[in-house]
Design a protein around this ligand. Structure first.
Ligand SMILES: [Zn+2]
Length: 464
């Protein structure tokens, strides 16, 4: 077998010629490294229902609404009471709902399930909003804007009997602790913290570790700019834009300094799922580039680039990365749903410099990185398995993969045509005796790519 491979490699000495970017992108997209879970909304609905049932039971109820008992602050006033506060519904958010969940080849999910607990019993109004009577029993809260667009404070409405002059705040910190006061949600253990969320893994009730976060629905969102925006590519379609503008935004208890403890942030997660579903398959292929910044850039580009341009997935990935690099360099990436909001707010100068450099570096070395990703994935198989599967004109027997892989990933294996290119990479990688199986760490500065040496990746291959 090794002789066959050597002969094959010897006959094709020019690696650069073997790696047209489109073929590489196509190969990477077909790897079981990533599952782009298209069309599995029924599964999400079932999982939503399961998560909601479990969460309600653990909170001591059967079905929503399940009452929550906020801790009364010391020295609290009658205006600060939230007697009707309850969980109105529980639903998945994040990558599982976006259908962009990344599964590693060993079947392990990269991201936990994000679970949102939507609250009822607080009636949140924008300043100047036409006076609508609150729901009976609910507490009126007023939004106060801060200097950082998109971050707000929530103030309790003053009562006649209030003795204080300033309105009291419903702090994000208090809201974050609402769930932590329910030990059953955390299996009786101390809840972990993941940013503003509390983490739990209540096996066997919930199948995956979960990040739990409360959110407050608003009556609407300030959508004037979004509704009136010029859209050269006619995307999203006008009907969807109208529907989005009519969908209320959420507030999540996430602040930025100096008032991090008190601030809430506008969240457009409901809107995001709707626009992601409206992307074409080619556009969604760019989801391989994960992270909120990349997705934000993708949505801005979807509005501007002609539909035909998206057929070139490699070019699209480059465009997305370039936009992020430029935005990070300018310290400003506008939120797609609220252009005045800068999604980079809260990042330090050092983090922004690193983001700009990493995105530019990734754009400059995208073929190398895709190759490394692909090779790193395939490296877990034996050379014989790869040869059997990849070398033309051999037929394509199924690889003997682990049970986890078989159960966790149903994506097809690499097409033989593309696989031949990938094999070359694996082969060279092995020849250099780099430790196999190391995960690729894209986050580290300089895009360290264990499994394939930078020297070979960036130096020799691109020079050739
Ligand atoms: Zn008061």
């Amino acid at each position: 077998m090794c002789e066959t491979a050597r002969a094959w490699l010897a006959g094709r000495p020019d690696p650069a010629a073997l790696l047209p970017p489109d073929a590489l992108v196509a190969a990477a997209l077909q790897l079981p490294y990533i599952t782009v879970n298209r069309g599995h909304e029924p599964a999400i609905a079932t999982l939503d229902d399961t998560v909601e049932r479990v969460a309600c039971l653990l909170l001591g109820g059967r079905r929503p609404p399940v009452p929550l008992r906020p801790v009364e602050p010391p020295g609290g006033c009658v205006c600060q009471r939230l007697p009707a506060l309850a969980v109105r519904r529980v639903l998945l958010s994040g990558s599982s709902r976006e259908c962009s969940q990344v599964l590693l080849i060993d079947g392990e999910t990269k991201s936990d399930l994000d679970v949102m607990f939507e609250l009822a019993g607080a009636d949140v109004c924008w300043p100047g909003e036409a006076e609508v009577p609150p729901e009976p029993g609910s507490t009126r809260l007023w939004v106060r804007r801060t200097e950082q667009e998109g971050f707000v404070l929530l103030e309790f409405e003053q009562h006649a009997e209030c003795r204080h002059r300033e309105r009291r705040l419903f702090s994000a910190a208090v809201a974050r602790d609402l769930l932590r006061a329910h030990p059953a949600l955390f299996g009786g253990r101390e809840p972990g913290r993941a940013g503003p969320a509390s983490t739990t893994a209540v096996r066997p009730y919930l199948p995956y570790p979960c990040d739990l976060l409360v959110c407050l629905p608003l009556r609407r969102w300030p959508s004037e700019e979004y509704g009136a925006r010029r859209r050269p590519a006619d995307w999203p379609p006008p009907g969807l834009v109208r529907a989005l503008c009519a969908t209320p935004a959420l507030l999540v208890p996430v602040g930025c300094t100096p008032q991090e403890e008190h601030q809430w942030r506008l969240s457009f997660s409901r809107h995001e799922y709707a626009v992601y579903r409206a992307l074409t398959d080619r556009q969604r292929d760019c989801f391989e580039l994960k992270s909120y910044y990349l997705k934000t850039a993708l949505l801005w580009l979807a509005e501007r680039r002609p539909p035909g341009d998206w057929e070139d997935v490699y070019g699209s990935m480059l465009a997305v990365l370039t936009l992020v690099a430029e935005a990070a360099g300018q310290r400003r990436l506008s939120c797609y749903f609220n252009a005045e909001m800068n999604v980079l707010t809260g990042r330090t100068e050092a983090e922004l410099t690193e983001l700009a450099e990493s995105a530019a570096s990734l754009a400059g070395r995208l073929t190398s990185c895709l190759a490394a990703l692909t090779a790193s994935c395939l490296q877990r198989f034996t050379v014989e398995q790869l040869l059997e599967r990849l070398l033309p004109p051999a037929p394509a027997p199924p690889l003997d993969v682990s049970r986890e892989l078989a159960e966790g990933c149903r994506a097809p294996m690499v097409e033989p045509d593309h696989g031949a290119d990938i094999l070359l990479l694996c082969w060279l990688d092995r020849a250099e005796n780099v430790e196999p199986g190391d995960p690729i760490n894209f986050r580290r500065r300089g895009l360290c790519l264990p499994g394939l040496r930078d020297r070979w990746l960036v130096g020799e291959m691109e020079e050739e």
